[in-house]
Design a protein around this ligand. Structure first.
Ligand SMILES: O=C(O)CCC(=O)C(=O)O
Ligand SMILES: [Fe+2]
Length: 314
């Protein structure tokens, strides 16, 4: 299938070699434009091997085909900072999906299944490759924003807060297709691998655009922390999942994240030095992440009580 019209696809290969300065420049121009307007794009020639992505998708489908009793054996206790292992959205949630959440492979918080064989090892490999892609993207975004070299890398040097979810969405029906309600992600950068059936939609210039899955392509969403640091120069992508009618859907979503005790506020480059007022008040990331998680685990009955970045707007 051809890539979705209107959503730029960026070739990351110039960033894996030296010498292709014009390739890097072109990629950065495309990314800057996309992030300034709506905050998402697609990537090819990233770090994640295609055969690994295919294998990971097959194993995920097998795991989710098991009974709830089997899947629930891999759920974490209440102490984890995020619900590690297997979880299903509560019945009253408008989001109809179940997922397996993992922290970095070495984390003691992980509860990963040993069945199907190879699943755990494959998820760990996916995780490591996603980290690599995330680091390259972070470096590119650092340059696109005109920040001092390695600024974001040094600000965001603790990789223990990254997490990945493997998801299954139930088949949509004519009357209920919601998989994930429209939202922006709370972290720094999100990388999505979706199954061929599609379903991911992104909001661009006032329109919902379905992202057509293309072999080997990953979708990148700029998330809230970049929007705050850049004082809204780069936008956190608004997106949702619409469940395809009659077909279940699988995806891998990698959240390149930030250490909880980091203070987040618009950087001087985009406020004082640019003669602009700050658009957000500052916060500790762990407080924001906790509030955002509460939206999911204890959805407020009044949608206006859902916490998003707008609660921090000045
Ligand atoms: O499953 C997907 O394609 C995207 C999921 C998503 O947006 C999220 O988990 O925040
Ligand atoms: Fe999301």
């Amino acid at each position: 299938m051809l890539p979705t019209p209107g959503i730029p696809t960026v070739d990351l290969s110039p960033f894996f070699t030296t010498g292709d300065e014009s390739g890097r420049k072109k990629a950065k121009e495309t990314i800057t434009e996309a992030c300034t307007d709506y905050g998402f794009f697609q990537i090819v020639n990233h770090a994640v091997p295609i055969h690994l992505m295919n294998h990971a998708m097959d194993l995920s489908k097998t795991f989710f085909s098991y009974s709830d009793d089997v899947k629930r054996k891999f759920s974490s206790g209440p102490d984890a900072p995020l619900p590690a292992g297997y979880n299903k959205q509560p019945d009253h949630s408008p989001d109809k999906n179940e997922y397996l959440l993992m922290f970095p492979p070495e984390s003691s918080l992980n509860v990963l299944p040993d069945d199907p064989p190879d699943f755990r090892k494959t998820m760990e490999e996916m995780f490591k490759y996603f980290v690599k892609t995330g680091q390259i993207l972070e470096d590119i975004i650092n340059d696109c924003l005109g920040l001092p070299p390695n600024f974001l890398k040094e600000y965001n040097s603790d990789r223990s807060w990254d997490f990945m979810v493997t998801m299954q969405y139930l088949p949509g029906t004519e009357t209920d297709k919601n998989g994930i309600t429209e939202h922006e992600d709370a972290n720094l950068i999100t990388i999505v691998l979706q199954e061929d059936v599609g379903g991911l939609e992104v909001f661009k210039n006032g329109e919902w655009i379905p992202v057509i899955p293309t072999k080997g392509t990953l979708v990148v969403n700029i998330s809230d922390i970049i929007q705050v640091l850049s004082n809204k120069k780069f936008k956190s992508a608004t997106h949702r999942v619409v469940r395809p009618v009659g077909k279940s859907r699988h995806s891998y979503v990698f959240f390149y994240n930030l250490q909880g005790d980091k203070w987040v506020e618009p950087l001087p480059e985009f406020t004082r030095e640019a003669g602009m007022a700050a658009k957000y008040r500052g916060f500790y990331y762990k407080d924001y992440q906790a509030l955002r998680l509460k939206n999911k685990t204890h959805p407020p009955s009044n949608p206006e009580d859902i916490i998003t970045l707008t609660n921090y707007e000045i």
